[in-house]
Structures are given as structure tokens and as C-alpha cells.
Design a protein around this ligand. Structure first.
Ligand code: NAD
Ligand code: UDP
Length: 317
């Protein structure tokens, strides 16, 4: 039985990860400040004696004895990370310093939830790990993109200078049950709009692309990465099947039998025009890992989750 700290454990990905780690017989400490996380995501785990929840902000040091740390604490949707951009950068950078300092003291292994945003609006397609990216350092997405880039730098420097046992995973767009219903990310937005027969808000012409990964595939890859020897990353983790945002809107309308109409709104500043991971390194290093759940199947599961949520909490505007 391992003792594992998950920062951001009450969020979308973190709550799935905590559940899976507990199911595998580990002790889990879930640390969160509840900025975008929700106790409802983890309430079903509270009866488990091996699950502890701590309200804490990663910009402050935290002391605990654990074997492994998954560092996920950071708002991930553009609406939430742009709400208080200074805090977003602090969370990425000071959170990384605090978790790396902790890992150094207690000799724990620490995994950073990095992002495809380190590639910015990429000029190379698909993106491989050796691409350095095309990131605006002073735009509205910079607090997140540059915060995560600096966190990667810190991880590598703690590894090289202090021999801290690190792992870096670059996560591409991930969706699934327990996404925050108001975080404005495209999959949850379109599903909630379609289920309520509201207009589907496509930004720009909808021809920008993303590659959508179901959350269970991500959790599997993160756990494999954490438990791999002699490989620190960075490694891309995502589903390489690429869709335009317009295609996604059409799929969601079809799968929900919705009467929604597509409307076009202005494209946000610095919105990447294309994104698709090259996952050959993940396949090679993570025991032949590859995504198992394709978009239609994942959308059906996610639609069912939001359908139940809307019945429980009422309409969302
Ligand atoms: P999320 O917003 O649902 O979860 C983030 C969690 O971190 C929330 O529970 C939030 O309350 C917590 N948090 C935020 N700031 C904190 C702070 N200062 N101290 C303590 N807790 C704090 O987002 P998510 O989609 O679950 O993302 C989890 C991680 O994965 C993030 O680091 C994100 O950058 C990364 N990631 C996610 C995606 C994706 O598509 N979901 C893609 C790339 C990277
Ligand atoms: N998007 C959209 N309508 C929405 C929400 C998002 O067209 O209601 C677009 C957004 O402009 C971007 C893509 O969908 O091109 C993915 O957006 P999201 O916020 O989910 O993730 P990110 O831009 O961080 O990849």
C-alpha cells in the first residue's frame, strides 16, 4: 500500500485519479482549495478509511509523509484560469516549488500535470515532445501556458540539481463526467447547451481543431507514468484523433437528439488553431499505452452524466 498525495484532487481529473488510486488499494490524501473543485466529486470516497481530504492552497508550503505526489492543482479551463491570472501563475509556479521542495525533503516521486498548452498555437503538427512551442508570453492565455512552462523548468531543475525523482506528463484536451458544469470548456459547454436545446456557441468559424481524450485513458496513462522507472518525460498523453470544433458540435447535437442551432461567436484571443498529440513516446515508454475510448463512446458517457446533473441541480444558463 502506497501513501499518495493528489493536489487538485477534488477537481475533474483529480477526483477520478483519487478514486482509481483508492480502488487499487492505496492511501490517498486529496489536497484542494476548492477554487474549481467540488466536494461532490469526492463525497462518495469519504467513507473509505484510506482517504483523507485537506483544504489547502498549494501556494503555501505543505508538510506530509508520502511515497508519491501527483501535482494537479491548477484551474484548467480558460474562463477559470483567466479569472485571476496572477493567482494562476502563482499556483503553477509556487505550487511546483512547494511540491518539489516536499518531494526533495521526503524523497517522494512527484508527477507534474503539464499541458499541451506548453506548445501554444503550434506551428508543428502533430506535436511531439521535442517541439519547443509557439506561446505568447503576454496574452490572456499566458498565465496558464507560461505558468505551466515554468513549472516544467522547475521540475527539470530540481531533478538535475537535487536529484528529485520527477515525472512530467503533457495532457491534451480531456473530457468526461465531473467536469465543472460552468467552466466553459468546449465539451461540457456543448453538451449542456444541447441537453437544454440552447444555441451551441461555436467560437470563430469552428474549423480550429482539438483531439479529445476520455478521462479514464488519461488516468491510466498517469498511473503508468508514475510507476515507470528510468523515464521522466515529458510525455504527451492524449487521443490523436483530431476533430474540428464544428464536427464536435454536430456530434453532440446528434447524440443528444437536440433541437439546438449552431451560432458563431468571436474567436477568443490566441486560441490555438490546431492541436493533436504525437503519442509514439507514450506508447513506447508506458507499456503500449493508447487511448481505449473513442469520442462517440466517451461523449455518450459524458452526456449521461450531465443529463443526470441537470435533473439534480436544475437548468444551467
Ligand atoms: P479542474 O479545474 O477541474 O481541477 C483543478 C483542481 O485544482 C480543482 O479541484 C481546484 O480547486 C484545484 N486548485 C486550483 N488552484 C489550487 C490551489 N492554488 N491550491 C490547491 N488546489 C487548487 O481541472 P482539471 O481538468 O481536473 O485539471 C487538472 C490538472 O490537469 C490541471 O493541472 C490542469 O492544468 C491539467 N490539465 C488538464 C487538462 C484537461 O483537459 N482537463 C489538459 C491539460 C492539463
Ligand atoms: N470553444 C467553442 N465554444 C465554446 C467553448 C470553446 O467554440 O463554447 C472552442 C474554443 O475557442 C477552442 C476549443 O473550443 O477553440 C477548445 O476550447 P476549450 O476551452 O475546451 O479548451 P482549450 O482552448 O484550452 O483547448
Amino acid at each position: 500500500m502506497k501513501k499518495i498525495l493528489v493536489t487538485g484532487g477534488a477537481g475533474f481529473v483529480g477526483s477520478h485519479l483519487c478514486e482509481r488510486l483508492l480502488n487499487e488499494g492505496n492511501q490517498v490524501i486529496c489536497l484542494d482549495n476548492y477554487f474549481t473543485g467540488d466536494k461532490r466529486n469526492i463525497i462518495h470516497l469519504m467513507d473509505n478509511h484510506f482517504f483523507e481530504v485537506v483544504r489547502h492552497d498549494v501556494i503555501m508550503p505543505y508538510f506530509v509523509e508520502v511515497d508519491q505526489i501527483y501535482n494537479l492543482a491548477c484551474p484548467a479551463s480558460p474562463i477559470h484560469y483567466q479569472y485571476n491570472p496572477i493567482k494562476t501563475t502563482k499556483t503553477s509556479v509556487m505550487g511546483a516549488i512547494n511540491m518539489l521542495g516536499l518531494a526533495k525533503r521526503i524523497k517522494a516521486r512527484v508527477l507534474q500535470a503539464s499541458t499541451s498548452e506548453v506548445y501554444g498555437d503550434p506551428e508543428v503538427h502533430p506535436q511531439k515532445e521535442d517541439y519547443w512551442g509557439h506561446v505568447n508570453p503576454i496574452g490572456i492565455r499566458s498565465c496558464y501556458d507560461e505558468g505551466k512552462r515554468c513549472a516544467e523548468t522547475l521540475f527539470m531543475d530540481y531533478h538535475n540539481q537535487n536529484k528529485v525523482d520527477i515525472k512530467i506528463v503533457r495532457i491534451f484536451n480531456t473530457y468526461g463526467p465531473k467536469m465543472h458544469p460552468s467552466d466553459g470548456r468546449v465539451v461540457s459547454n456543448f453538451i449542456i447547451q444541447a441537453l437544454q436545446n440552447q444555441d451551441i456557441t461555436v467560437y470563430g468559424d469552428g474549423l480550429q481543431t482539438r483531439s479529445f481524450q476520455y478521462v479514464d485513458d488519461l488516468v491510466e496513462a498517469m498511473i503508468r507514468m508514475m510507476n515507470t522507472e528510468n523515464f521522466i518525460g515529458p510525455v504527451n498523453v492524449g487521443n490523436p484523433n483530431e476533430f474540428t470544433i464544428l464536427e464536435l458540435a454536430q456530434k453532440v447535437i446528434k447524440l443528444t437528439n437536440s433541437n439546438s442551432k449552431i451560432i458563431y461567436l468571436p474567436m477568443p484571443q490566441d486560441d490555438p488553431t490546431q492541436r493533436r498529440p504525437d503519442i509514439s513516446l507514450a506508447k513506447e515508454k508506458l507499456n503500449n499505452w493508447k487511448p481505449e475510448i473513442e469520442l462517440n463512446e466517451g461523449l455518450v458517457k459524458t452526456i449521461s452524466y450531465f443529463d443526470n446533473l441537470l435533473k439534480e441541480i436544475g437548468p444551467i444558463s
